[in-house]
Each structure stands twice: as C-alpha cells, then as structure tokens.
Design a protein around this ligand. Structure first.
Ligand SMILES: Cc1cc2nc3c(=O)[nH]c(=O)nc-3n(C[C@H](O)[C@H](O)[C@H](O)COP(=O)(O)OP(=O)(O)OC[C@H]3O[C@@H](n4cnc5c(N)ncnc54)[C@H](O)[C@@H]3O)c2cc1C
Length: 485
C-alpha cells in the first residue's frame, strides 16, 4: 500500500512543512492571507513502480502534481490545482556513487545537500545550484543553472547519462542520450528543460567531473551600508565582471547584493586558471576604495575543494525564513556582452530600484554564465544561452507586514521588471528557475514559449512532446502552465 494522506488538516500540515516559501503574487496582492494547498490527497511512493502504479490507477483526467524539494517560487506543485493528487517524492531519497565510472545516481526526491556530500566524498564535482534544500530533479527538469560551476562543468542537465521517467499513464521509460529510438532521445532532451510538464523523473544518473576541475574560490565582502553606495560599488564591479571575467572561461564571478546593501563578490577559479587569484581581483578592492566602503572579508582562495565552494551559501539560505516566507523571483539576461547602458540599468534599477530594505531577506545576484553551458548540448531552456544573468529573489517574512506594505513591495518589483523589458538586447523572465510562473502573461503564449525554452525549435519540440506524452494535460502544476497545456 502506498502511504497517503487525505484529511484536510494533515494535508495543510504537509503543505506548511513542504513549501519553502509562498508566492509574493498571492500574498502581495493582499487577496490571500492564508495560502493553502488545493490538493485532494498526497501520496508518498517509495520507488518507480509505485509511481507507475499511482499514475496508471488514476482516471486519465485527474491532475497530478509532483513535489521534490518544494522550492518553486510560485508554489506550482505544492498549492497545485483543484482535485489534484500530489506525488511527494521525498522517499525516493537514495544517492549512490560509482567512483570508478565517476557516476552518481540520485532518486527523484533527493535534495542538493545529500547529492553534494556524496559527490564531494568521491572527490567529484557537478554544476549544482546554491540551495542545499532545493530538489535535484526539480532543478534539473526546469533547466537549472549553476552560477559557480556552469562555465566549466556545463548545466546539470548536460551531465545526465540516464534517467528513469514515468509517463502520464504510468509507463516506465529508461532514457539516455543514446536511447534507441529518435522519439526517446528527443524525449530525453525535452525532459531536461520541460520535464515538469511531461511526466515524473524518479531517478537520474549524472557524470561527475573530477574535483580537481576546481582550483580555488572565495569572496570579497563589502558592506556598502546604503543603496546609493551599493549602486556605485556594484557598477564598478560589473565593469570588471564584463571586461575581465566574462572573456576568460577559466573563472566565474557572482556579485550578490543583500538587503542590508552588503556586496559579496564570489570568484571560482577553475583548473585552467593561470593567474594569481589574489591580485586578479584587485579591481574589486579598487572599487571599494573608490567608493570609500570597507572590505570586511578578502579571501578569494578560502575554499580548496569543490564541496567547500558548493556549500558556501547553505548557512545564509538557512536563515531565510518567515511565517510564511514570501518570495518573488525574476531574471534578466543577455546573450551578448552587455553595454554600459545595460550595466548602468543593472546597478541603478535592478539593484538600486528594488525594495531591499522593505523585503529584508532579499538578494540580487549577477552572474557570469556561458562557457561549457553555452557550448554543450542545447537543452530546452533559456538558461542555456545566457552570458550575463541577473536575478532577484525578493523575500520577506509576511508576519507583521500589512496588506499595503506587501502590495507596495510587489508594485516596486513589478515596476523594475517592466523597466527591464524596455532595455535593449536583454531577455526578461526567460528562465524557468528564476521567474514567477504566476505572473500575468505580458506576451503571447508562443513568444513566452520561445523565450523560456530558448528557441522556436525547442518550443516546438516541447509542444510536440506535451501532445504525445501528456495530451490530457495531467501535469499542469509546473512553471510553464500559462503557455503550455
Ligand atoms: C535558496 C534557493 C536557491 C536556488 N538556487 C538556484 C540555482 O543556483 N540555480 C537554479 O537554476 N535555480 C536555483 N533555485 C531555483 C530552483 O532551482 C527552482 O525553484 C526549482 O524548480 C526548485 O525545485 P524543487 O524540487 O525544490 O521544487 P518543487 O516545487 O518541488 O518542484 C519545482 C517544479 O518541478 C516539478 N518537479 C519536481 N520534481 C520533479 C520530478 N522528479 N519529475 C517531474 N517534475 C518534477 C514540480 O512539479 C514543480 O513544478 C534556487 C531556489 C532557492 C529557493
């Protein structure tokens, strides 16, 4: 018997445990003070066969929502839709490593902490995301990107060598890049950017890189104190990011601005980096001097292993909480080198215009991408082709915030995102992992699909896969709901 919960009270308890944050669009509009799940029941399969049994036993029109880590910014699968059966994959939590082949296999419910620890123990490396509690498959099936490791190791999806996939009617498929039929190899590729709309991934095998692909890494931390000061420092840091880091694929840089206007410049030096890391970042020190702001941490070689770098944000993310924590994610990115106007916009508006003081758990991140992620196998994800990627995670504790305050935060954020759309040569909210799926559409479904899946060809590929594998739209709780059914 598959364990399940059906009592409304237990389902609500499950919801509050499994939902990391609630969408700022819901509480920000002031319409919903208490956010609940619409799920009719929640089931907890223990293996692929049980997932298959669940799906094949349900009426074809019954919606199914899949939960891995529960971090979707718009609560696509934990809030779900009326009559939905939620398949919570938390029991599919095994991780096994084949050190000889440098492969790691993770169950569909594994989160990044256990994957990272197993990979680190094997002296391996993977392009993982920054949050330890984020679901590995939830990241993978929506085209997740690694700001720290993507330039050297590509996207996680580009490292998948096999995945187990269950279709809407319960058929189990083992997919790989060399699947025997063209249909299956196209499905394999489709799952790595749009899998949340197509079926359930119950396990994934990834090719690790050697831990020696990572040379060293660390941070320069500059508490700027005020938004104006953070804007000035960030503008200089962004010039360094574009002019020195972007052309050099042996290093990556991420500039994070926190809600108290601390600017954290993180550098990851890969095995091919040939310079002295300490003097390489002199322009960041110069930017602090020019802005008359202190440097409180200056240690760009503080991490000696891939795992130390991969886990550096875990303690900070652990402190992000609320009752509930409210969140809105947005992104903008370029496929070419950004010009001065765009860097000015990022400093003045993307950093300077968002309500960081009011949403006190927010962060703004600007990262270098490209490199292996760009040159590798094309996945159906806008994340693939980005060179400079700026996102904002606007987050605050709902407790104690009035409806007007919440609405004002949401309006300020919406305003900056609209301004971003007016910039030239930039894509906005093109990333399935860094946008609000519950935002009202601003373009046609087709244009949205092309943006999110990265090209017209990929959009058509996903539409075709949706028709073929989920024509009845059983899987409708995913980031693509507004334009793919
Ligand atoms: C602190 C934090 C750090 C983050 N860092 C990064 C980062 O560095 N890079 C990045 O790209 N993103 C990052 N993200 C965004 C994150 O990758 C996405 O929100 C991701 O989709 C969350 O996956 P999840 O499994 O935790 O969430 P869930 O809400 O459980 O799942 C998200 C979506 O994927 C579907 N899904 C989940 N598992 C499966 C499965 N096995 N089969 C089919 N569908 C499935 C769900 O139905 C849902 O629609 C971060 C988010 C947070 C909160």
């Amino acid at each position: 018997m598959v364990h399940e919960i059906t009592e409304k009270e237990s389902i609500n308890e499950w919801f509050s445990k499994r939902t990391w944050s609630v969408s700022g669009n819901r509480v920000g509009a002031g319409e919903e003070d208490v956010i609940d799940t619409k799920a009719e029941r929640v089931v907890f399969p223990r293996d692929t066969e049980e997932v298959s049994q669940i799906l094949s036993s349900l009426p074809p029109s019954q919606p199914v929502a899949v939960v891995c880590g529960g971090h979707s910014s718009s609560n696509t699968s934990t809030v779900a839709v009326a009559n939905a059966v939620v398949v919570d994959l938390q029991n599919l939590n095994s991780v096994s490593v084949d050190e000889e082949k440098m492969e790691v296999t993770a169950g569909g419910g594994v989160t990044f902490r256990s994957l990272a620890e197993a990979v680190g123990d094997a002296d391996g490396a993977l392009p993982i995301g920054t949050g330890d509690t984020v679901g590995v498959t939830g990241y993978l099936v929506n085209g997740g990107i690694s700001g720290y490791f993507g330039r050297r190791l590509g996207m996680l999806g580009q490292r998948v060598i096999e995945l187990t996939f269950v279709t809407a009617d319960g058929v189990i498929k083992i997919l790989s890049p060399s699947s025997s039929s063209d249909e299956d190899s196209t499905l394999f590729n489709s799952v790595l950017g749009a899998g949340s709309a197509l079926g359930v991934v119950t396990s994934v095998t990834l090719k690790m890189e050697s831990g020696s692909s990572f040379q060293s890494g660390g941070q320069v931390i500059v508490p700027c104190g005020t938004q104006d000061s953070a804007k000035r420092f960030a503008r200089l840091a962004l010039s360094f990011l574009r002019d020195s880091v972007l052309p050099d694929e042996s290093v990556s840089m991420e500039l994070v601005v926190t809600a108290d206007f601390t600017c954290i410049s993180t550098f990851i030096f890969y095995d091919s980096f040939k310079f002295d890391p300490i003097s390489y970042v002199n322009p960041i020190r110069d930017a602090a001097t020019a802005g008359n702001v202190p440097i409180v941490v200056d240690n760009v070689t503080q991490w000696n292993t891939w795992l130390e770098a991969a886990s550096c944000l875990w303690p900070i993310i652990k402190e992000m909480k609320g009752n509930p924590l409210v969140r809105m994610d947005h992104s903008m990115g370029t496929t070419t080198y950004p010009d001065d106007d765009l860097l000015n916009f990022i400093a003045n508006e993307w950093i300077g215009g968002v309500p960081l003081e009011d949403a006190s758990q927010s962060i703004v991140e600007i990262r270098t991408l490209g490199g292996a992620a760009l040159s590798g196998e094309k996945l159906p994800s806008g994340n693939c082709s980005s060179l400079v990627f700026a996102d904002m995670i606007i987050a605050y504790d709902a407790n104690g915030k009035s409806v007007d305050e919440r609405r004002s935060i949401k309006n300020s954020v919406d305003c900056v995102v609209s301004l971003a759309r007016e910039q030239k040569d930039v894509q906005v909210d093109f990333s399935a992992t860094h946008s609000q799926a519950d935002d009202p559409p601003v373009t046609t479904a087709r244009d949205r699909g092309i943006e999110i899946f990265g090209s017209e060809v990929k959009y058509e590929q996903i539409r075709h896969a949706k028709q073929k594998y989920d024509a009845k739209n059983r899987f409708q709780c995913h980031p693509f709901t507004s334009f793919l059914s």
